[in-house]
Write a protein that binds this ligand. Structure first.
Ligand code: ADP
Ligand code: ADP
Length: 229
């Protein structure tokens, strides 16, 4: 689903690489935690998959395509197949819950009848049935993140990338969000989640890839946050 082959990313000439010769394969349906200190390259990895950045050297394959060969005008089509979730939710503050999720389908031209059935279904999946008409500020942080996940998932993307999705949430709320991501993963969606949340990583026992100064220093199936290598 995602393959990095000797990928390096140098943002500015003369600075140390944000990613340094990273080779990594994520199979369809996997759930992978990307862990590592702040600045270790986690977000850079995710941005490269989204073609928000391009590698300085090396090859990246995602969703069956060589990203170096995806022309700029086809990048939006690539991104339609990749859901994204962030620490700060990124909801539209003046739009209802329903509309925040519906927008993901409107921008790709889905017909109104499809939107009117799929959005409520997805909101039910994430545990927000009955909150369709609320505004984001009327929801708790955990509920806002569920809206963001619904928006990312409503289009049933092949891959979901999450950058610190529990970073603004208390531990109990975070566990609820992880259960939801786990459920989405079990529907077949590949998930890559960058996180600092050691308790979550230790509980979930998924594959753990650790970055340190842009290099992969650990890759464990059913790993924990801070294991000895
Ligand atoms: P993480 O997500 O693990 O905190 P990042 O991928 O954000 O790590 O950062 C990796 C390194 O790349 C850091 O040294 C960071 O300062 C640098 N970096 C990230 N984004 C940029 C950018 N747009 N321009 C220049 N340097 C950047
Ligand atoms: P319009 O197409 O004129 O924008 P709609 O009739 O689609 O208006 O929706 C009006 C408002 O009702 C929307 O802003 C949306 O928040 C809400 N809404 C629409 N459909 C549903 C639904 N099935 N469940 C809950 N809220 C809905």
């Amino acid at each position: 689903m995602i393959r990095f082959e000797n990928v390096s990313k140098v943002y500015a000439r003369g600075t140390r690489p944000a990613l340094d010769q990273v080779s990594l394969e994520v199979e369809r349906g996997e759930f992978v935690f990307l862990v590592g200190a702040s600045g270790s390259g986690k977000s850079t990895f995710l941005r490269l998959v989204l073609r928000e950045e391009r590698p300085t050297s090396g090859d990246i394959f995602a969703l069956g395509r060589d990203l170096s060969k995806v022309s700029q005008w086809k990048v939006p089509m690539l991104r339609r197949q990749i859901g994204t979730v962030f620490q700060d939710f990124r909801l539209l503050p003046n739009k209802t819950v329903f509309d925040n999720v519906a927008i993901a389908l409107q921008v790709i031209g889905k017909p109104r009848h499809h939107i009117l059935t799929t959005v409520p279904e997805t909101l039910e999946t994430v545990g927000l049935a009955g909150k369709e008409r609320r505004l984001p500020h009327e929801l708790s942080g955990g509920e806002q993140q569920r809206v963001a996940i619904a928006r990312a998932f409503v289009n049933r993307p092949a891959v979901l990338l999450a950058d610190e999705p529990t970073g603004n949430l208390d531990p109990k709320t975070s566990i609820g969000i992880m259960r939801l991501l786990d459920r989405i993963n079990r529907t077949g969606t590949t998930i890559v989640m960058a996180t600092h949340d050691d308790e979550i990583v230790d509980q979930m026992r998924k594959r753990v890839v650790e970055l340190e100064d842009g290099r992969t220093v650990r890759d464990q199936s059913r790993g924990v946050y801070g294991a000895a290598r």
